[in-house]
Design a binder for this molecule. Sequence first.
Ligand code: ZN
Length: 319
Amino acid sequence: MNNTIIKLSIICFIIAMPFSYSSAYDDEITHREITEKAVVESQIDTFLKNTIGISNGYKEKVNGKKIIQWFSDGGELEDDPMCRASNHFHDPLKLWNQSFMSDDTTIMGSGIRQYCNELGWNYVNRKSNVTWTTGFLAPSPDGARATFSTDPEYTPINWDTARAYYLNALTSTSEADREANFAATFKSVGHVMHLLEDAAQPAHVRNDFTSHLVFQEINGFKFWKWYGSSYEHYVKNLPTLVTSAVPIPPEFVNPGLTDFWDTEQYDGSNPSASLTLGLAEYSNKQESEFRGQESGEQIGCDQMHISHMIAQFECVEII
Ligand SMILES: [Zn+2]
């Protein structure tokens, strides 16, 4: 690089460091809490015991860790590195090749975009949450498929990744390989769960990265984590919102994979509390109720969906 580019990179780095593309929910605390809650509330324990033959279910240790911890690890690591999170947004009112986050155009937002571009997370390769997770650019199973980077550093760890590891886990001939692939399967599903959890964050379903650039508090040496969304900060500091969440199953009939995010029923003019909506649609329709949370201390909504994945639990009383 010549000196000009080096200087520009340093400036971009300094601008970008105080912020991040945001986990939606806090990666180290809230995503782990939601993921573990979803595992506990779901049918996964029964599936592991009865279908795969893992006698202790999600409490079984596989490749050195309990299965539930592998899920939880994936739930945290989907935000690592932080520029990966630029693929964690989906506005269900837009075409899926346009529904990704694109409002990083403020001075700070532009600095972060440039910083991520420099690291190889180029804006032109950005995907929506639903596409990043499922590979589809339109509803599955017949929708068009996206192409991703072939460089593993910039490739999603998504549903297809989990399926590939799962096949290897079931077909590997050595015990060690089976264990390693089962662990990778559970961790990959944890990444998928993180992405679906993000669809419960209103800012992530209406192209609102800007609301993540608010100073919250000085806490620890990772000073870029002092900034974020007021809503996410509120949820992080009230863990009982997650621990006391009550499962409400969806009412899908033969759902496709992408339906968990977006069933293409909601067009902005037909709000509904139907449990046949995808989570991004449900969260988007509550825009007005959530608006207060994004901008200030006061939490104004009466319910929010936390996760639609596996347990499909949601609707946590906030006030
Ligand atoms: Zn995220």
